[in-house]
Design a protein. Sequence first.
Length: 91
Amino acid sequence: MELKWTSKALSDLVRLYDFLSPLNKQAAAATVQSLTAAPAKLLAQPRIGEKLEEFEPREIRRILVGNCEMRYEIQQSTIYVLRLWHTREDR
């Protein structure tokens, strides 16, 4: 399997850091680091996340990484990280 980040997911990392850093810059950095490391686990077990049926026929799934949700899509032998957000964010 191959892992790719979408441009929206990468911009979500920046937005999440900006959202969390006013409270605690170290915690914000640690959150971003854990989010960037989490998809490596998906390479071994890509279907570990909960499947989101509303996106059928696409195979979009989600996992929680701490207080953040990560959505990803499996297409053949590629995992695309689609979006990330903190559970406290209004979206």
